[in-house]
Write a protein that binds this ligand. Structure first.
Ligand SMILES: [Zn+2]
Length: 263
């Protein structure tokens, strides 16, 4: 939820991406560029593709505190842009603290204002105007390499390769859980459910920890959040051990395996 007026968001948002851009391209010895540019300058930057070439274009609604505006969300090779009727934003991938991708929206958190607002992060929400046409698989493929651990994929990336293990499961929630399937693929874990925004895909390298407290209770920590699954089919100790070793390998912790082999 945004805690400020749209005007403030607009000003800060414009400054963040551009400042980053100009500081990088400034020749040595020259004076720092102002953080804020006239709107016309921003538009011409976008029009000439100065922020990288357009890769994916999505019609989206930007939610304000009270109202919203509609515009075009672009994912380029440089970052994320939104161009609306009254304001535009540009964020380099490096300026994004966290991005949550669901089937019908993107929620973007920036690093901006963390110092000045005592921990209050800037959150922007863009809902896809035509969710049925939103290419979230392409969006995932574009954002995953650019953001890696900073991407929360609330989408099920299934298919393409064979699952190594799966079970119907309930993802426990604070109020009520969601019913779906936990699927282990060779390089990721997926929770797939028919409920929008409640599926997840976790790359091996993005999983901080997994544990099996009993054969029907699997929990996983990623992006500083714990996800607990009540499994319908038990996971054997061996299956869990294989998964655990694999996740640690993805983190580069080869010492564990070496130690076990040498025993
Ligand atoms: Zn707007």
């Amino acid at each position: 939820m945004e805690l400020r007026s749209p005007q403030t968001v607009n000003r800060v948002g414009q400054a963040s991406g551009l400042q980053h851009r100009f500081q990088r391209s400034r020749p040595a010895g020259s004076r720092p560029q102002p953080a804020r540019l006239p709107y016309a300058a921003l538009l011409s930057l976008i029009a000439t593709g100065a922020f990288g070439s357009e890769v994916i274009r999505i019609e989206a609604r930007h939610d304000h505190l009270w109202k919203s505006c509609s515009g075009v969300l672009r994912l380029t090779d440089g970052g994320v842009q939104f161009e609306g009727p009254k304001h535009s934003f540009v964020w380099a991938y490096g300026a994004i603290q966290q991005l949550r991708l669901a089937e019908d929206d993107i929620q973007l958190t920036t690093y901006r204002d963390r110092l000045t607002r005592a921990g209050a992060d800037e959150v922007y929400r863009f809902s896809f105007l035509k969710p049925q046409e939103a290419p979230w698989r392409e969006i995932y493929a574009r954002l995953q390499p650019a953001l890696s651990g900073r991407l929360i994929a609330a989408v099920p990336i299934t298919g393409g390769d064979e699952p190594v293990w799966q079970s119907p499961a309930k993802l426990l929630g604070r109020w009520k859980g969601s019913i779906g399937t936990v699927i282990a693929y060779p390089d990721r874990l997926v929770f797939r459910t028919g409920l929008e925004g409640q599926s997840y895909t976790w790359r091996d390298a993005g999983i901080d920890n997994i544990s099996l407290s009993d054969p029907l209770r699997l929990s996983l920590v990623a992006n500083r959040k714990e996800y607990v699954f009540q499994l319908q089919q038990p996971m054997s100790e061996e299956q869990f051990r294989n998964l655990w070793l694999r996740l640690n390998r993805a983190k580069g912790l080869e010492v564990i395996e070496t130690y076990q082999k040498g025993k």
